[in-house]
Design a protein around this ligand. Structure first.
Ligand code: 6PG
Length: 261
């Protein structure tokens, strides 16, 4: 039985929202390092996490030393070169890795530039298995998977009605987006649902409608949207929303004002 999502409506000030999100991630990082000696995190794509990355990079309490036990992976990547404006790696490199001087061997990017995305997906699956000691058959277990949410209910690059969403054996698949860049690499639900913590980040009024459909589905269709299929078997699902993104939710979620840890 999957656990219920923890929904936190933090603040309508996006800066405070980013601070609370950064504090949660640092708390999860410290707990993972205490428990396992390392923190394996898959970063999300899109623009939403940029402020969070900038806050993590500017947070005075985190230094290069704090991040020495962290290994950065990606939840998805567009099939573009790493210096392309649409590259999820490029955003993280500029907003997080460079400011924190993260060592190159602590960063595992998906090779979006590979001429054959299927080969790039298989290569990344091999890296994930090796990095998490998952062996050849188990599901890799990450400590934290950061996810965004698209207005069609997609998350990572798992888009409605696509093969990647239906993939049940592989850890990494080729995603097909309805907008450019259409070809993507993405973790599959199998890996995402093995994570210790999945953290959805959404802010702004443009997300209010889809968040309502995901968290308070009024009909079965909402339950089949990609983001609604993120239901870790043992892990936590945390939604960090600002007030605008949570505007259409009923009171039961918006009461949780306490900061998540
Ligand atoms: C991507 C992301 C995608 C993103 C959502 C939200 O590569 O685009 O993985 O799932 O998180 O589309 O994007 P925004 O944060 O830009 O709204």
């Amino acid at each position: 039985m999957a656990v219920l999502p923890e929904v936190h409506v933090l603040s309508d000030d996006v800066s405070a929202w980013a601070s609370d999100a950064a504090a949660l991630i640092l708390s999860l990082q410290r707990r993972a390092v205490e428990d396992n000696g390392r923190f394996l995190v898959a970063l999300s794509g899109g623009r939403t996490p940029e402020r969070l990355y900038q806050r993590l990079a500017s947070n005075s309490s985190t230094t290069r030393h704090e991040w020495r036990n962290t290994r950065f992976f990606f939840g998805d990547e567009r099939c573009v070169p790493p210096d392309h404006p649409d590259s999820n790696y490029r955003l993280a490199e500029q907003a997080l890795f460079k400011p924190l001087h993260i060592a190159a061997d602590h960063i595992h990017r998906m090779k979006g530039e590979h001429p054959d995305p299927e080969v790039a997906a298989r290569d990344y699956e091999g890296l994930l298995r090796t990095s998490t000691n998952a062996g050849s058959s188990g599901w890799p277990q990450l400590d934290l998977v950061l996810l965004g949410l698209g207005n069609d209910g997609h998350t990572a690059s798992l888009f409605p009605g696509t093969d990647a969403l239906r993939e049940t054996r592989r850890c990494v698949s080729v995603g097909h987006a309805p907008v450019n860049p259409r070809l993507r690499l993405t973790l599959t639900l199998g890996v995402i649902n093995q994570a210790t913590v999945v953290l959805f980040l959404a802010s702004g009024d443009s997300k209010a409608g889809i968040i309502k459909r995901i968290l308070e589905p009024s009909q079965d269709a909402g339950r089949q949207l990609p983001a609604a299929l993120v239901r870790p078997e043992r892990g936590r699902v945390i939604w960090l929303l600002d007030r605008l993104a949570a505007a259409k939710l009923t009171g039961r979620y918006t009461e949780s004002r306490q900061k998540p840890t």
